[in-house]
Write a protein that binds this ligand. Structure first.
Ligand SMILES: Cc1cc2nc3c(=O)[nH]c(=O)nc-3n(C[C@H](O)[C@H](O)[C@H](O)COP(=O)(O)O)c2cc1C
Length: 219
């Protein structure tokens, strides 16, 4: 499966089958995590066969079931750590999809466990539940394009492709709380709007934009 296919097929999945990950999947994920830790200066951890994090009232209220594996996004308390974490989770959920696995990014409905190593200057930003889903999830309700890209209709094709990709991105509460435009210098500007997890969502949305448009956001 290509990343482009993964963008279309990925949906949040909260119920999992009791089927373990293969050794090859674990190795591939660990390698991807090592690369992302270096690239984004994070302390992401793959946690296998641990049921406590999703064994709490909040998780069952959030409709999680059968979660035995997850990825913990731990970061040093530094500038931009939420946006960098957002970029990393976006890459991880799409990569997991290409490995045949389902995911859900989780900012609130979990419990911290002792398996997650959090050093004194670090914080746990979010988790990603991981495994074989009972189903493949469903498409989230689409936001009007004008809310995310007010000048979509008069924009070049590469920009439209970027926004088409953003529309499929996971965001907390499906808020899609960022706006994209091209400035006078022809550069893409992406700004977060008010709302929960706005910086994490911005990182995720920027990453999806770059995949769709095949252009880096440098501003
Ligand atoms: C930063 C972030 C935090 C999230 N936190 C939670 C959460 O605490 N509980 C939950 O059930 N889903 C959570 N989600 C999943 C979103 O609800 C989901 O991505 C959104 O509804 C869009 O659906 P989709 O992922 O199927 O496209 C979170 C997603 C993101 C990006």
């Amino acid at each position: 499966m290509t990343i482009e296919e993964a963008i279309k097929l990925r949906h949040s999945v909260r119920r999992y089958l009791p089927k373990p990950l293969t050794t090859d999947q674990e190795k591939a994920l660990q390698k991807k995590i090592n690369d992302l830790n270096q690239q984004h200066h994070l302390h992401i951890q793959l946690i296998i066969n641990e049921e406590e994090a999703f064994n709490c009232f909040m998780a069952s209220y959030g409709k999680f079931h059968g979660v035995k594996n997850y990825i913990a996004i731990v970061a040093k308390k530094e500038k931009n750590m939420e946006e960098r974490s957002g970029r990393a989770v976006a890459e991880l959920v799409l990569y997991s999809q290409t490995l045949g696995l389902n995911t859900c990014i989780v900012g609130k409905t979990y419990k911290k466990t002792k398996e997650i190593i959090i050093n004194s200057n670090e914080t746990l930003v979010m988790l990603i539940s991981l495994g074989y889903g009972e189903n493949q999830g469903v498409s989230h309700p689409m936001k009007p394009i004008s809310k995310i890209a007010p000048n979509y209709d008069s924009s070049p094709d590469w920009f439209k492709k970027g926004i088409d990709s953003v529309l499929l991105a996971p965001t907390a509460l499906n808020l899609m709380n960022a706006v994209f435009m091209i400035n006078e210098d022809g550069k893409v500007i992406a700004k977060s709007k008010i709302g929960v997890c706005r910086k994490e969502n911005l990182g995720i949305m920027k990453y999806f934009f770059e995949l769709g448009s095949k252009k880096k956001i440098t501003t």
